[in-house]
Ligand binder design. Structure first.
Ligand code: SF4
Ligand code: SF4
Length: 334
């Protein structure tokens, strides 16, 4: 089952309503980080380097519901840190699902089989399992042996229990078109996950490993060769225009306010990837951020960014302005 038509329609309706109401900045999806603590130490991670007092902080269920209601978004992605370490994560998911908010719960899957009983399958709920490569590559990316096998076992179990399961894969300059294709074939055909998300790694300033991030031309070359004109064979959970962007067939600026990030520190400026301060509400974030100061060619930290959180909203806005692109996105034909 690829991304459900009903879900795409709901998001499309939300976005059209925002435009018709004259709102210029509105979230498509809110990225929630209910904690920064994690049970892994991936060398490419830019989230777990916070000081101990911040790593100990947790968002409450009420914090999350308040943020989601203020933003008006119909879809959230819960990341971190490792969300399954949060003691109230199941209650948080239930409270959002009860409000008919689509929830994508990201996890490295180390705890997934042990925590699965606390969750109930729903068309509003999807697991998002972090898988950066096949066994050897993934275990190297997370710096621990056995994590790939645990993730695969957890995905199979979740599928058997009737959960929607998607994956999120980050690629580095050590990847090749073959490693990308091999991973997507395995997730799509062998594990039969419902949908897959892909991203070139963002060069976090705080990440211990600074050598393996992709530049823009490397990213385009990697995905153009990996897709090789046949990307439709995978259930990729992205708009067709965003995939065109990754391949270098289209280029545009980022829309950082489209997928904002709300964490234990507040609403992060300007995006999930960079932290130039925090606001206490989405409204304050929108009104007090100089959005024109960010993006490729404007801020050197954005130079190599082609991340989904910045560019998927631009692709979706462009799609909404074109009937042909809207139909491509609605039925996810890529
Ligand atoms: S699993 Fe995610 S949050 Fe944890 S260290 Fe790895 S990249 Fe960071
Ligand atoms: S290009 Fe946009 S999404 Fe990427 S880091 Fe810069 S502001 Fe964030």
């Amino acid at each position: 089952m690829p991304v459900p038509f009903r879900q795409n329609l709901r998001i499309g309706t939300h976005l059209i309503r925002q435009r018709l109401s004259g709102r210029t900045h509105y979230p498509f999806i809110v990225e929630i980080e209910p904690l920064f603590a994690c049970n892994l130490k991936c060398p490419g991670c830019g989230k777990i380097q916070h000081p101990t007092d911040i790593l100990r902080k947790r968002l409450t269920v009420d914090d999350v519901i308040g943020a989601v209601e203020e933003s008006g978004t119909p879809m959230v992605s819960i990341a971190g840190g490792e969300p399954l370490l949060h003691p109230d994560i199941a209650e948080m998911v239930r409270a959002l699902v009860d409000r008919k908010v689509y929830v994508y719960l990201c996890t490295n899957a180390v705890l997934l089989r042990r925590r699965m009983d606390r969750f109930t399958p729903s068309r509003y709920f999807s697991w998002v399992v972090h898988v950066d490569g096949l066994r050897e590559r993934h275990d190297a990316a997370v710096d621990r042996e056995g994590v790939f096998d645990e993730a695969v076992a957890a995905i199979r179990q979740a599928k058997e229990r009737g959960f929607r399961v998607t994956t999120n894969s980050t690629f580095f300059n050590t990847d090749s078109p073959k490693t990308v294709r091999d991973l997507l074939d395995f997730l799509n055909d062998e594990l039969k996950v419902d949908a897959m998300m892909i991203s070139p790694a963002y060069a976090y300033e705080k990440a211990p490993d600074q050598e393996h991030f992709l530049g823009v031309e490397q990213t385009r070359d990697l995905f153009r060769k990996a897709f090789a004109g046949k990307r439709r064979r995978w259930r990729l959970n992205h708009s067709p225009l965003f995939l065109d962007f990754l391949e270098g067939k289209a280029d545009f600026q980022c829309t950082a306010w489209g997928i904002p990030s709300f964490s234990v520190l507040g609403w992060q400026r300007p995006c999930y990837l960079m932290a130039d301060g925090y606001a206490s509400s989405y409204k304050e974030l929108v009104e007090t951020t100089d959005w024109d100061a960010y993006g490729r060619g404007k801020d050197p930290r954005c130079a190599n960014c082609m991340a989904h959180c910045g560019y998927e909203p631009t692709a979706v806005i462009a799609s909404l302005s074109s009937l042909r692109q809207s139909l491509r996105a609605l039925v996810s034909t890529h």
